[in-house]
Design a protein around this ligand. Structure first.
Ligand SMILES: [Zn+2]
Length: 435
C-alpha cells in the first residue's frame, strides 16, 4: 500500500498539536521525499507576533489605522494592476485550475436552511476529502455516516458538539462565509492565481497541469489548505501515493476568515493560500523533468529542497498579502534566527551519529513547529528568497526555479559575501553540496 502524502497549510496551529498531527500524517519514507506541511500564518497572527511593535495604546491605534490605510492601498494596487509578468508566456506552460465550489455551496445552503439533505452535502467530493482529512488530523476513526450526523447536529446545536470536522466556525460565521464565497467566485480566483505563480517560472518552462481545487467551508481547525493525491472509486476518494492518482487542492474558506477584517482582506488570504499551494504543485511538476531533482535521498538534501520550495512559496504568499511593503525589523530578526537554526540542523543532519528519529524531528520542526520562527526551514527559505529577489531581482529568483536547489543556496552565498550583515549559511553546510 503506497503511503499517502498530504501537504497542509496549517492555520494558527499550536506547536504540540501540530507536531502530533505531522507524526500522524507523514510516514518516514514520505517525509524524506516531500515534506510540505507548513504553518501558514494569517494576517491576524502576523499582526500580533511580527508586525506589531511596542508602543503606547494611542500609538498602536494610530499605527493600526495607518497599517489599515496602507493595506487598503496595497489591495487597490493588487486588484487594479495587471498581474506581474516577467516569467514565461509560452504555450508549453499550460496551467489551469479546475475550481469546484459545490462543496461550499451545498454546505452553506444546508446550514442556511435553504436545503435539507445532509447526505447530499456529505457526498460532495471536496467535503468528502475534507471530512476524511479532518479525521486523519484528529487521529480518530468514525463510522461511515458520522459526517452526515455531525452535519445535522451542527445545524441544530453546534455549541455542544465535538467539532472534529470544524463545523462550529462554519455555523457561527455563516454570513461572512457566504460573502467570502461570493467574492471568491466573482474575482476569478483561478485566473489570478495562475497569472501570479506563472511569473516565477522561466520563459521556456514546459509544464502542462490541470489542478482540481475544491473550495470547502469546513475542516480541521489546523488546516487552511492541503494537497492530497486521490483516485476516485464510485465517487469516493481513495488516497494514494506519490506517483498515482491526481493531485487535488482543498481550500477551506472558513480558515481564511479574518476576525475584524473585511471581505477584501479575506479574499487576499484565499488568494495567498491557494497561490502557495499551487506553486508547490507546479514547481513539483516542473522539477520532475530534471534528473538532478529525483527524489532527495538524504535528510540533508530533503531539508535543502524543502527550504527552497517552502521559501519561494512563502515569499509568494507574502508578496500577495503585503505587496511591496518592507517587512518590519522583527521579521528580519526572526528570519535571521531561523537561518541560524537551519545551520545547526544541517550540521546535525550531517553527523555520523544521527539517528532516524532525530532526523525525523529535525525535518518535522523545519516546517511544522507551529510558529513562524520555529518553522526554521520554511522561514529561512523565505528570507533567502526575499533577499535574492530584493537584491538581484525576480529573474534571479526565477533562475533558481530553473536551476534548482543548489542555485538557490549559491546565489544566497554570493549575497552574503557582498553584505556581511546578512545571516550567513555555515561554510561547512555549503561545502557539503556546493562546488
Ligand atoms: Zn507549503
Amino acid at each position: 500500500m503506497p503511503s499517502p502524502i498530504i501537504r497542509i497549510e496549517c492555520f494558527n496551529a499550536e506547536a504540540p498539536r501540530t507536531q502530533r498531527t505531522a507524526e500522524n500524517i507523514v510516514d518516514t519514507s514520505a517525509y524524506l521525499r516531500e515534506l510540505c506541511v507548513s504553518a501558514l500564518r494569517t494576517k491576524n497572527k502576523e499582526n500580533t507576533t511580527l508586525i506589531s511593535r511596542p508602543g503606547t495604546r494611542q500609538q498602536v491605534r494610530r499605527r493600526s489605522v495607518h497599517v489599515r490605510t496602507i493595506g487598503a492601498i496595497l489591495l487597490l494596487i493588487l486588484f487594479l494592476t495587471p498581474c506581474r509578468s516577467g516569467g514565461q508566456t509560452n504555450a508549453q506552460f499550460d496551467i489551469s485550475l479546475r475550481v469546484d465550489y459545490s462543496s461550499a455551496d451545498e454546505l452553506l445552503d444546508f446550514f442556511g436552511r435553504k436545503a435539507n439533505n445532509p447526505a447530499r452535502v456529505a457526498k460532495q467530493q471536496g467535503n468528502q476529502i475534507a471530512a476524511r482529512t479532518s479525521l486523519l488530523l484528529a487521529r480518530t476513526e468514525r463510522p461511515g455516516d458520522d459526517f452526515v450526523r455531525a452535519l445535522e447536529l451542527a445545524r441544530e446545536s453546534f455549541k455542544s458538539m465535538n467539532d472534529i470536522y470544524g463545523l462550529k466556525m462554519t455555523m457561527s460565521r455563516l454570513d461572512e462565509l457566504k460573502k467570502l464565497l461570493a467574492e471568491t467566485k466573482r474575482r476569478r480566483l483561478d485566473t489570478r492565481v495562475v497569472a501570479t505563480i506563472s511569473s516565477l517560472f522561466p520563459a521556456d518552462a514546459s509544464v502542462s497541469l490541470t489542478i482540481p481545487v475544491f473550495v470547502v467551508a469546513m475542516g480541521n481547525e489546523n488546516a487552511a489548505a492541503f494537497v492530497r493525491r486521490v483516485v476516485w472509486r464510485d465517487n469516493t476518494p481513495v488516497f494514494v501515493g506519490d506517483d498515482q492518482g491526481e493531485q487535488v487542492i482543498v481550500l477551506n474558506l472558513a480558515r481564511c476568515l479574518i476576525r475584524g477584517g473585511d471581505v477584501q482582506q479575506e479574499f487576499v488570504q484565499v488568494l495567498s493560500t491557494l497561490a502557495h499551494e499551487c506553486f508547490h504543485a507546479v514547481f513539483g511538476a516542473y522539477r520532475s523533468g530534471f534528473p538532478e531533482d529525483t527524489l532527495p535521498r538524504t535528510p540533508f538534501l530533503a531539508l535543502a529542497h524543502l527550504v527552497q520550495n517552502e521559501g519561494i512559496a512563502y515569499h509568494l504568499s507574502r508578496e500577495i498579502r503585503d505587496g511591496g511593503e518592507v517587512p518590519p525589523s522583527k521579521w528580519f530578526d526572526a528570519t535571521k534566527r531561523a537561518v541560524e537554526t537551519l545551520n545547526a540542523a544541517f550540521l546535525e543532519l550531517q553527523s555520523p551519529v544521527l539517528t532516524p528519529g532525530r532526523a525525523r524531528d529535525l525535518m518535522m520542526n523545519s516546517n511544522l513547529s507551529g510558529s513562524f520562527e520555529g518553522n526554521y526551514g520554511a522561514t529561512a527559505g523565505l528570507r533567502i528568497a526575499y533577499e535574492i529577489e530584493n537584491r538581484l531581482g525576480r529573474p534571479a529568483l526565477t533562475e533558481t526555479v530553473r536551476e534548482g536547489v543548489r542555485s538557490f543556496f549559491e546565489k544566497y552565498r554570493e549575497l552574503c559575501r557582498r553584505d556581511s550583515n546578512l545571516p550567513r549559511l555555515d561554510d561547512r553546510v555549503l561545502r557539503a553540496f556546493l562546488p
